[in-house]
Design a protein around this ligand. Structure first.
Ligand code: SF4
Ligand code: SF4
Length: 404
């Protein structure tokens, strides 16, 4: 392994994570973002599925998957999230990169200061915009931003996030990981003796030349030689530094990644706990896939017209007035019709715009219609109203037919 491999790998993972966060709301399946919470329609767009907020059980499964994924990753890999994926680490690394470049290329410290400020402002704007894209599609966001029509909620959110990130880049940076972020503390509860950590090899302790390269390079100000510390973000910079020093003496580095310490019973990432957590995740994912793929593509709700009118016609038929609420939960436009299931001895007819109802993906329609039944039944009875697409029955509900 060369001296730069951990740094290179970490940079690669950071780029992948950053691009994923930037692109998730931009990539579209069936015209819908891969991941976005569409506030106006109260719908979570989740990798091709549109989950309405009313579908509470699916929301719950999504939240559980996130919680168990967090536990699973932390138990196996410790704070690898912090050092390799966390946006806070990435934007701090970026800001430090610009700081160093500006100081190196521009001898005038005021010019270098301007470059640092511009970089911090740019990073803050991209982060704030990226967060808003999870609620407003990026194309619409830029149009509304350029026309000044973002609206108060999105506008204030954008300004607040922008200001927070800018303040963070100017004054906080790594202090956030050390003092504010609760993840390091939570990690202590989830990690076990097999969790991935950085270790100063105690067997090679005598080879340490006390050059201090590992401590100088540590962004968290830790001396890994004194043992695992809660502030360590598993970034591997100390490992690279030590390898660099030791390779010049044709020796191997003294710091390495390890899944727990073997002498203390660790060293087995695939243990009973991790397998059980992995199984819970598989079951929850299967439940989510089942729930999303087997739910109705559209729903139908019926309400009697507000005046509750019932009329007897001269030919002996009876008419009732209703309003239908139809919701297309799929990701494509649908054309639906309403029809009444046949009732022996009666003729039924729907009067009103009950056929060829076009509803956009994830949209809904309210349809007023009249139900005519002839002859009028002797007493109130429930009829079956069907929502169909072509000849396929999508949803069924009962309509109460009142008589005079
Ligand atoms: S001790 Fe090593 S792995 Fe931990 S934060 Fe410092 S440099 Fe990164
Ligand atoms: S970089 Fe390696 S050799 Fe130098 S002080 Fe740290 S552990 Fe010892």
């Amino acid at each position: 392994m060369t001296t730069s491999r951990i740094a290179t790998k970490r940079a690669l993972f950071q780029w992948i994570a950053t691009l994923t966060l930037l692109l998730l709301p931009q990539i579209k399946i069936g015209g819908q973002s891969l991941l976005r919470l569409d506030a106006p329609s109260r719908t979570l767009l989740f990798f091709g599925a549109s989950i309405r907020i009313e579908e509470f059980y699916l929301f719950l499964i999504v939240v559980l998957i996130m919680v168990f994924s967090f536990l699973f990753v932390t138990m196996l890999f410790g704070r690898v999230w912090c050092g390799w994926f966390c946006p806070q680490t990435t934007i701090t690394d970026l800001a430090e990169f610009f700081d160093k470049k500006a100081a190196k290329l521009l001898p005038n410290k005021y010019a270098a200061g301007v470059i640092k400020q511009v970089a911090a402002l740019l990073i803050s704007f991209v982060v704030a915009s990226n967060l808003i894209w999870y609620f407003i599609p990026p194309g619409e966001y830029f149009t509304r931003l350029s026309h000044g029509t973002l609206g108060p909620v999105a506008g204030i959110s954008l300004a607040a996030i922008f200001a927070l990130v800018y303040f963070d880049l100017l004054f906080v940076r790594r202090l956030f990981c050390k003092m504010v972020c609760p993840y390091g503390r939570i990690q202590l509860l989830t990690m076990d003796r097999n969790t991935l950590t950085l270790e100063f090899n105690p067997l090679l302790k005598e080879s340490c030349i006390r050059c201090g390269a590992c401590t100088r390079t540590c962004p968290m100000g830790i001396d890994i030689r004194t043992g695992l510390q809660i502030e360590c973000i598993n970034c591997g910079r100390c490992l690279d530094a030590c390898r660099g020093v030791m390779s010049r003496m044709k020796k191997e580095g003294l710091i390495h990644y390890t899944f727990g310490v073997r002498s203390e019973g660790g060293g087995k990432p695939l243990n009973r706990k991790s397998v059980m957590l992995g199984m819970v995740l598989v079951i929850l994912s299967a439940l989510l896939i089942y729930g999303v793929t087997t739910r109705k593509e559209a729903t139908l709700k019926i309400q009697r017209a507000s005046n509750g009118e019932v009329r007897q016609l001269p030919d002996g038929a009876i008419i009732n007035f209703y309003t239908a609420f139809i919701e297309n939960r799929s990701t494509i436009q649908g054309v639906y019709s309403l029809r009444v299931a046949p009732v022996a001895g009666f003729t039924t007819e729907l009067i009103g715009p009950a056929r060829q109802i076009t509803i956009d993906a994830n949209g809904n329609r309210k349809v007023d219609f009249v139900l005519k039944v002839s002859p009028a039944p002797a007493s109130r009875r429930d009829l079956e109203l069907q929502l169909v697409r072509g000849e396929t029955v999508i949803s069924v509900t009962a309509v109460p037919l009142l008589v005079k």
